[in-house]
Design a binder for this molecule. Structure first.
Ligand code: SF4
Length: 445
């Protein structure tokens, strides 16, 4: 039976007041889009309506109250944010049915209120951020979406039919958003899209002038370089191994972009890749990985694989295991093939029985855990920068190195870290390792 996809909740937005308020509205909507919400252009189609108010003058306050009243009359499920949040009592007295009231710049609180009012269920089949991303993104890292849609037609995927062909955002708009995020406290930008390496193809890789002078081309390499100048850490996700990807490796060696590549290979056996209709399906990928490591020896490569794809034979699966031995990927996620409603792969012959999928899943997880453990053990005794995600009351802290994207990769557990705060990037001496995580102490502690 095909897996049914959840439909995303829809949010309506009424934004009043000055350009600063508009920027806040954009930031809230960007976060909600990343969290799996869709926008509704009208009251009727919205599961919840956000009113971003202005309270600068009495006339603006009255306009805000009228807008809240209209949203309640038209939809009924309303969250109020913005400058009038300071007057929560007035709002609640007049509109007791308002679901939540938050103040200006309280992004986290307003997004949290939307999550409570209309919970989003992310789907691993269409959403880019991990399920755990439903937890609010803390200020020190942010997802930055650079395009929507995809030109490929992988047989297990329904994204092109849902989201259409690739539409890239203008590079100047992306850089402006990145600057705003960094000004608001972001230290790490996680670049996402369905196919980051295809960025700008639809714009014919045209150039845009920059406010600061010069220009930027709508191309992954140029965008990565500019982002590297804006944010301390830039992490690239969903990159396909096209030849031009080789050009971002020197940026990693220079320290402009984290030496981390998330490449969803999905399989290695040529016949399976062919049936999957995967892009970048190139027999020379292994030699390219070796060449990348020659330029940037510490590069961490993360990937995902599907086991039990229709027609996958034992020989295909063994090919994949042998390929992994050779590729020595740092981080691997595996999935058992599931037919998603509407995917072309569902019609392929020779579906793999569930018990066999499970057995192959266990085998690939054991293989990749052993590779990961060996690679992490080799880091003991070295020092790496770690971004702090959490601190505890007992002098411990949890963070991530360049090789760890939030939620999907490992963590670095620190002792004697009472002096660090969330969002700091600190050098850490690695003392121990296990299959997925590292243990260490801040240098000089
Ligand atoms: S590259 Fe393939 S799997 Fe990825 S979004 Fe496009 S069609 Fe789907």
């Amino acid at each position: 039976m095909a897996t049914k996809l959840p439909s995303p909740p829809r949010v309506g937005m009424v934004s009043l007041g000055c350009p600063k308020n508009l920027v806040d509205s954009e930031r809230i909507l960007t976060q909600l889009r990343a969290d799996g919400y869709q926008m509704s252009p009208d009251y009727a189609g919205a599961d919840v309506v956000l009113v971003n108010t202005c309270g600068f003058l009495d006339s603006a306050k009255e306009e805000s109250l009228e807008a809240i009243g209209e949203a309640i009359a038209e939809n009924g499920r309303v969250i109020v944010t913005g400058c009038m949040g300071k007057e929560a009592e007035t709002i609640r007295a007049r509109f007791p049915q308002v679901l939540a009231v938050t103040g200006a710049h309280q992004y986290e609180q307003v997004v949290e209120a939307v999550h409570a009012a209309a919970p989003a269920s992310l789907s691993p089949y269409i959403d880019l951020i991990p399920d755990a991303g439903l937890k609010l993104t803390p200020r020190h890292y942010s997802y930055l979406k650079i395009s929507e849609g995809c030109n490929h037609r992988c047989s297990f995927c329904i994204i092109p039919s849902l989201r259409g062909d690739l539409v890239s955002r203008r590079p100047d708009a992306i850089l402006r958003e990145a600057e705003k995020l960094v000004a608001a406290g972001t230290k790490e930008l996680l670049v996402i899209s369905q196919d980051t390496s295809a960025y700008g193809l639809d714009l014919r890789h045209a150039s845009w002038p920059l406010k600061s002078g010069g220009e930027v081309r709508a191309h992954m390499t140029d965008l990565a370089r500019e982002l590297g100048r804006i944010a301390p850490w830039v992490r690239l996700h969903y990159v396909y191994p096209y030849p031009h990807v080789d050009n971002v490796i020197p940026l990693m060696a220079e320290g402009l972009v984290l030496p981390y590549l998330d490449i969803p290979f999905q399989h290695a056996a040529p016949s399976v890749l062919k049936r999957m209709k995967r892009p970048g399906n190139d027999a020379k990928v292994l030699s390219r990985i070796h060449a990348w490591r020659d330029i940037c020896p510490d590069i961490a490569i993360r990937s995902t694989f599907v086991v039990g794809f229709p027609g996958e034979t034992e020989a295909d699966f063994q090919y994949l295991l042998d390929w992994l031995d050779e590729a020595q990927l740092d981080r691997v996620g595996a999935f058992r093939f599931e037919p998603v409603e509407g995917a072309a792969a569902n019609l392929l012959p020779d579906h793999v029985p569930e018990e066999l999928k499970e057995e192959r899943y266990q085998r690939i997880m054991a293989k990749t855990a052993a590779i990961s453990a060996a690679k992490l053990a080799a880091k003991i005794g070295r020092t790496f920068d770690v971004i702090i995600d959490a601190v505890d009351d007992e002098g411990g802290a949890t963070g991530r190195s360049y090789a760890d994207a939030p939620e999907i990769d490992g963590e670095v557990f620190l002792r004697d870290a009472g002096h660090v705060t969330v969002g700091d990037i600190v050098p850490v001496a690695i003392e121990d390792a296990d299959e997925h995580d590292l243990y260490g102490v801040p240098v000089g502690a």
